[in-house]
Design a protein around this ligand. Structure first.
Ligand code: SF4
Length: 372
């Protein structure tokens, strides 16, 4: 089987070759040469979430841009606009995608076009609106469940407002429905972020994922925005962090300069706004709008190219690229490596050292705009 998103179609291979050679040559001549179009996109179906995860800008209610919901019509327009080379769509960004009731229809539309579809969810709402059956019918390729605690107590420290029992029930039910169809898709992934308060759970990840119906476990490192968050959440084991201390600051362990994502993928927010990647949380580097402009013009435009130039010449754009995993040895930590590093006797963090729970009384108090 081909890796996710790859195709042997001649036009796709030609686009890939054009993108790759442009990417390499750009770093020789030190200016952007972009000869193809994105093969993967991240699309934000909604910028709203029912949980309050403290390290997530939408969970912490810190996003400054307009919030809202993407319509199915606009999703189709964007797919048409971005082009026929797209082979992978990640349907999430800032927000819980399953809140958008059009999500299954969006997946269905992408599936019809031969695109590999991925959804990352907190899993708390899947039992509503017949969503499980609708996602299965739509032909979803991959479903990621974010679970950052294997017991109700450790789960609630980070997934504030969620209930582990509900998510586990939903995972099991989803697996049951998938099995009843004799299908292996969507691939079910249990995603787990190592943090100070859950690092002792490593030896139990494999068994729990299996028990709850996941096909595999993916371990991503947590991102932080402040020294206080670093102190509260970063795990003790150095290998479980994407950061290292440089002077007074936590910096990522990025080694190589530049960024492939600016040649091979793009990011579109709920309202059609195009930004370089999911790390531009507040649309600081707005490249254009895929609902009102031709995407090719945006992709080859002055703004995109001057942003690429900064990456080619300086290896990063200050602050925005600070948390990025691009250029790290691996985006995910393999479970086997993690198990080898973590003996089963890591003691749980004593309750007095647990991160403080923020107040979440305004859980649903979010300004949400209808798209025009
Ligand atoms: S944060 Fe910077 S380095 Fe990372 S993907 Fe975005 S533009 Fe590239």
């Amino acid at each position: 089987m081909l890796p996710r998103g790859l195709s042997l179609r001649p036009d796709f291979l030609a686009n890939l070759a054009a993108l790759s050679s442009g990417y390499v040559l750009s770093h020789v001549v030190k200016r952007p040469l972009v000869w193809g179009y994105p093969i993967s996109i991240m699309i934000e179906p909604i910028s709203r979430c029912n949980l309050r995860c403290p390290l997530c800008p939408i969970g912490a209610r810190e996003l400054k841009r307009d919030l809202g919901v993407m319509s199915l019509e606009n999703f189709k327009l964007m797919l048409d606009n971005v082009g026929r080379y797209v082979k992978v769509i990640a349907l999430w960004n800032q927000g819980e995608p399953t809140i958008n009731d059009h999500l299954p229809e969006m997946i269905s539309e992408a599936t019809k076009r031969g695109i590999y579809t991925m959804v990352s969810t907190n899993g708390t709402l899947l039992h509503r609106r017949n969503l499980m059956t609708r996602l299965l019918d739509a032909g979803l390729s991959e479903l990621v469940f974010s679970i950052d605690g294997l017991t109700p107590d450790s789960y609630k420290i980070y997934r504030i407002g969620g209930e582990l029992e509900v998510v586990v029930e939903n995972m099991k039910e989803f697996r049951k429905l998938r099995d009843a169809r004799g299908s292996k898709t969507p691939k079910m992934i249990m995603q787990w972020l190592p943090m100070k308060h859950n690092q002792h759970e490593i030896p139990y990840l494999r068994a729990k994922a299996k028990e709850w119906g996941a096909d595999s476990v993916e371990i991503k490192t947590a991102q932080i925005y402040s020294e206080e968050q670093a102190a509260q959440y970063l795990p003790d084991l150095e290998e479980l962090r994407r950061y290292e201390k440089q002077g007074q600051r936590w910096e990522t362990k990025r080694r190589y300069q530049s960024c492939k994502r600016l040649w091979f993928s793009t990011m579109i927010d709920w309202n059609g706004n195009v930004v370089p990647c999911c790390f531009d949380k507040d649309e600081q580097f707005l490249m254009g709008n895929a609902l009102s402009q031709d995407f090719k013009t945006i992709w080859h435009g002055e703004k995109y190219n001057s942003f690429r130039t900064q990456l080619i010449r300086h290896g990063r754009v200050e602050e925005m690229c600070r948390n990025c995993t691009e250029g790290l040895k691996s985006y995910y930590i393999p479970l086997t490596k993690l198990e080898a590093m973590a003996p089963p006797d890591i003691p749980p963090v004593p309750p007095e050292n647990m991160p403080k729970k923020p107040d979440y009384s305004d859980l649903f108090d979010l300004p949400v705009k209808e798209e025009s």
